[in-house]
Design a protein around this ligand. Structure first.
Ligand code: ADP
Length: 324
């Protein structure tokens, strides 16, 4: 209300990055909140138009269209995200690969053409995922292999969340909540000064159940699970995270991986990678990285929590239990 000290809660959302993206902020006035959110979404739209594989003249589409033919001049943003993506390859022991487009296209999870490919097709597509085929100069990107495709779907949303949060902050917002289809950022505290309380979904039923929650302040949190995007054929569930080693959706003991970090991009990438790496290697990776925390839920309903947040996670569903 006019003249009061109470901050105004302002919210807006839009379809972006293949999902419903939402921003809520506490602002001194409604118009300041609206302006900040609008500025953030403007940048998100730019990011999507630049990095999406489904938008025809995006940088990434142009890079893919010109694979094997010619280098493409790209935006600085594109170079930044590609460089980050390439760095993650070794950090994640080769599980996170921005050159998996040929396999991702083939499976088409979430697309009209989704189907189980033949093993022959998979083995063929697997021949074209070698990141050394990506050549980068100061302003240009060139995929030298004509059958290789870039896909930034495992990193772009995290990048977009970080950019949106940066824009909210530069517009004076100190408290807010960003949720781009499950890539969440808790900005500051709630208006009452307590941390945002974020739930970890039940991986068996997705959004409709929360098995645990924790308080977060100025942190990103991202979950990867096999319940997010998938199709079922002959009673087998095929989800959207592809193991580059096999060319198939990864299969192991993990149901979901939640990563908490300062940057959403780290959480976005690491949640996907650890989902592939499996429980033991995944936990080791989390513990080896500074500022990265995580919660892994396995198919037998065990919950593994990294050492830095052991006392922060509150369990809410007695069917799941902390084991480490
Ligand atoms: P979402 O949040 O949209 O569910 P994730 O962050 O879990 O997405 O990442 C999954 C997306 O990342 C896939 O849709 C695909 O575009 C891409 N992807 C799948 N497997 C890999 C992988 N091994 N390395 C890098 N990107 C991948």
């Amino acid at each position: 209300a006019c003249g009061s000290e109470e901050p105004e809660l302002v919210q807006n959302g839009q379809l972006a990055l293949g999902t419903y993206s939402q921003i809520s902020v506490y602002a001194p006035t409604t118009s300041k909140g609206e302006k900040a959110i609008e500025a953030a979404f403007t940048q998100v739209t730019t990011i999507e138009n630049t990095l999406s594989t489904s938008i025809e003249n995006s940088d990434v589409s142009q890079i893919n269209l010109n694979a094997g033919t010619a280098p493409v001049q790209v935006d600085e943003m594109t170079l930044d995200v590609i460089h980050a993506g390439l760095d993650y390859y070794s950090i994640t022991k080769g599980t996170f690969n921005i050159g998996l487009g040929s396999l991702i296209e083939l499976w088409g999870i979430g697309q009209d053409w989704q189907k189980v490919p033949t093993d022959e097709e998979i083995q063929e597509a697997k021949q074209h995922i070698d990141l050394s085929n990506i050549e980068i100069s100061e302003k240009e990107v060139f995929i030298t292999d004509p059958h290789m495709l870039m896909d930034l779907g495992g990193i772009a949303k995290g990048y977009a969340v970080d950019e949106a949060v940066g824009i909210l902050r530069s517009n004076g917002i100190e408290s807010g909540f960003v949720n781009f289809g499950g890539d969440v950022y808790a900005l500051g505290n709630k208006s009452d000064g307590t941390p945002w309380r974020i739930g970890i979904q039940n991986p068996e039923i997705g959004e409709s159940g929360v098995i645990a929650r924790m308080g977060l302040t100025d942190k990103a949190i991202v979950t990867s699970g096999d319940y997010e995007r998938y199709f079922v054929e002959n009673d087998v569930r095929y989800h959207h995270i592809i193991d580059p080693e096999t060319g198939y959706p990864s299969t192991n003991e993990i149901s979901s991986v939640t990563i908490i970090s300062d940057k959403s991009m780290d959480a976005d990438v690491l949640s996907t990678a650890i989902f592939i790496l499996g429980l033991e290697k995944g936990l080791d990776l989390i513990e080896s990285l500074e500022e990265i925390q995580g919660v892994i839920v396995t198919k037998d309903r065990s919950v593994y929590i990294s050492s830095g947040i052991k006392n922060e996670v509150e369990m809410l569903d007695s069917n799941f239990s902390i084991v480490n």
